[in-house]
Ligand binder design. Structure first.
Ligand code: G6P
Ligand code: MN
Length: 437
């Protein structure tokens, strides 16, 4: 295969970049001649360039690497853009998490009001990115995993209805991986039926083609009796997956997305959270520090053997989607798409996460052809409405709509607290947010 593709990674300074690039380089069906690292933070982009160049040399990988902070250079003649930008970076994530916690409300990067704070920031930055991409490469596929994804997808649909964008989240893959590994299944044999909003959904069935049956009920039983095997997880994720046992004990009809813990058990999550040291702090001391340490090792030529970036599950998912588009493979992925009847009894203008086939013609969502239960529907309707109100607030610069969005969010106990947190976030976000009046 001749080398022909150019891929740009937007938000290249992220600690996920080495894993994604190694996945691209190892993928048999993608023949990439150039990777462009694009980030508006020049220092982080330069750090990543240094790391990637080191890895390419160490592994004898032949590719043209470009680093740029200029959108024209980043997007002209490109074939794919992978976006993982995080507007406001980890410092703002810390505020998203800590401000609600001051009021005894869940603080999380994508769920609850932390997700809404990030959402208003992220829409602003992401729509600018899409504008640049539309200008320099209107036909390019954008593979997006910038959060919070439902809010991003809703805003892009409104502002750039013709943009070629696929919104994907790796969470269901991670759930399937840990379930398969915990109980000795082979996930390659699975046809999962999943429905929900992003970070807010349930499995309806998991058909195993080798066992010739739906194994979701037995998976739920196993989680109830044994719990998931969290021995390979870092503490934060180990806690999350341990909580899954409680979720299925109380609601055993469906295997849930772990993120539902923030909406169903905010009381327990608050007890498990240290308001002085949240996930953002763990990442500052973990992934972020690893980047800085790695840069230092390369610059001083010391301890190079300990540099341990590997091809990642996270990267695998996004790269598989690109390969499915490129080679018309009809791969099946859970993607974030306009509902339009995919979940028949949910409002059709919701943005949902459902199984989709990906081929040269783009994304083909499946229709579930069954009505989801009222419990799930009710939770989702409230979430859809609150997210839509937030997107309205963004486009209309409306404080009122933002207050309604915050009040309706199911992690929030009352409108007084909603307003206090909203006002704190307005101050904390400054120019990252649109003006609200
Ligand atoms: C999962 C979710 C992502 C989220 C990430 C957070 O992969 O699907 O949307 O950003 O977890 O992980 P972190 O390690 O940054 O807390
Ligand atoms: Mn996600």
């Amino acid at each position: 295969m001749s080398k022909d593709l150019i891929i740009t990674i937007a938000g290249a300074g992220s600690g996920y970049t080495p894993g994604i690039i190694l996945t691209i380089m190892n993928h048999e069906e993608l023949s990439v001649k150039e990777i462009r690292l694009y980030d508006d933070d020049a220092q982080r982009n330069k750090d990543m360039e240094l790391i990637i160049n080191f890895i390419l040399k160490r592994d004898n990988l032949d590719i043209n690497l470009v680093r740029t902070e200029n959108p024209k250079v980043a997007f002209t003649n490109v074939d794919f853009v992978f976006s993982q930008i995080r507007v406001g970076q980890i410092e703002m994530r810390e505020k998203d998490e800590k401000i609600p916690l001051k009021y005894g409300v869940v603080g999380q990067e994508t769920c609850g009001l932390g997700g809404f704070s990030y959402g208003l920031r992220s829409m602003k930055g992401f729509l600018n990115l899409v504008k640049d991409i539309q200008q320099y490469a209107p036909d390019v596929w954008i593979l997006n995993y910038t959060n919070p994804e439902t809010i991003i997808a809703e805003s892009v649909r409104r502002a750039y209805p013709d943009a070629k964008i696929i919104n994907a989240c790796d969470m269901t893959i991670a759930i399937e991986e840990i379930v398969a590994n915990s109980f000795g299944y082979d996930r390659d044999n699975w046809i999962p039926v999943y429905y929900g909003l992003n970070h807010f959904g349930w499995y309806n069935s998991i058909y195993d083609v080798s066992l010739k049956r739906d194994i979701m009920p037995e998976i739920i039983e196993k989680i109830k009796s044994e719990g998931l095997d969290v021995s390979n997880e870092e503490p934060n994720w180990a806690q999350t997956y341990t909580n899954m046992k409680m979720l299925v004990e109380n609601f055993p009809t469906n295997l849930p997305n772990n993120y539902l813990e923030y909406y169903l058990y905010p009381n327990i999550i608050l007890n498990q959270t240290n308001p002085e040291y949240t996930r953002a702090n763990q990442i500052m001391d973990g992934r972020y520090k690893e980047i800085k340490d790695t840069v230092k090792k390369i610059q001083t030529n010391t301890d190079l053997d300990s540099i341990n970036y590997k091809s990642s599950e996270h990267g695998q998912y996004i790269v598989d989607i690109a390969a499915s588009l490129l080679h018309n493979k009809n791969g099946r992925f859970n993607l974030i798409v306009p509902n339009k009847g995919a979940i028949p009894n949910l409002r059709e203008d919701a943005v949902v996460e459902v199984p989709c086939y990906v081929n040269a013609n783009g994304v083909e969502p499946i229709s579930l052809r069954f009505d989801i239960p009222d419990f799930h529907k009710g939770l989702m309707e409230a979430q859809v409405a609150s997210e839509k109100l937030l997107v309205d607030a963004f486009f209309e610069n409306s404080y009122q709509k933002a207050l309604e969005a915050f009040t309706l969010n199911q992690t929030v106990p009352n409108a007084t607290v909603a307003k206090q947190i909203l006002d704190d976030f307005i101050e904390a976000n400054g120019d990252f947010w649109p003006e609200l009046h």
